[in-house]
Design a protein around this ligand. Structure first.
Ligand SMILES: [Zn+2]
Ligand SMILES: [Zn+2]
Length: 117
């Protein structure tokens, strides 16, 4: 599948991102950590870490020692989740500019979804 350029940014625009990718599927994570950080469900697309470039200040938070989360220090937008030592990074689908070229796939961590469903 051919690669395309995607761009995105946080809410305030202090952080922008670009990537070249052939990814077509976004997922939504229902785990309790993503729920707390995003406010409900976090939608993301998994990309090769080397293919993603962030411009601007990115704050990082390691909630566990297995992964870190990135967000804008100004507006708080949740930008990525990355497992330590892996070549992939999960980028917030909602941060991407349309057309994203993505389609929402199967949910992950559905059994951990909020009890308000
Ligand atoms: Zn921002
Ligand atoms: Zn999650």
């Amino acid at each position: 599948m051919s690669k395309r350029d995607v761009t995105g940014r946080c809410l305030c625009g202090a952080v922008s991102l670009r990537a070249r990718t052939d990814a077509r599927i976004a997922h939504e994570c229902h785990c309790s950590q993503c729920r707390r950080q995003s406010g409900h469900v976090w939608a993301y697309v998994t990309l090769p870490r080397a293919d993603v470039v962030f411009d601007g200040p990115v704050s990082r938070h390691a909630h566990t020692d297995a992964a870190e989360r990135g967000f804008c220090p100004t507006c708080g937008s949740f930008l990525f989740w990355a497992k330590n030592g892996e070549d992939a990074i999960d980028v917030s689908a909602g941060s991407l500019d349309a057309p994203t070229g993505l389609t929402l796939g199967a949910p992950s961590q559905w059994d951990s979804r909020g009890d308000y469903y």
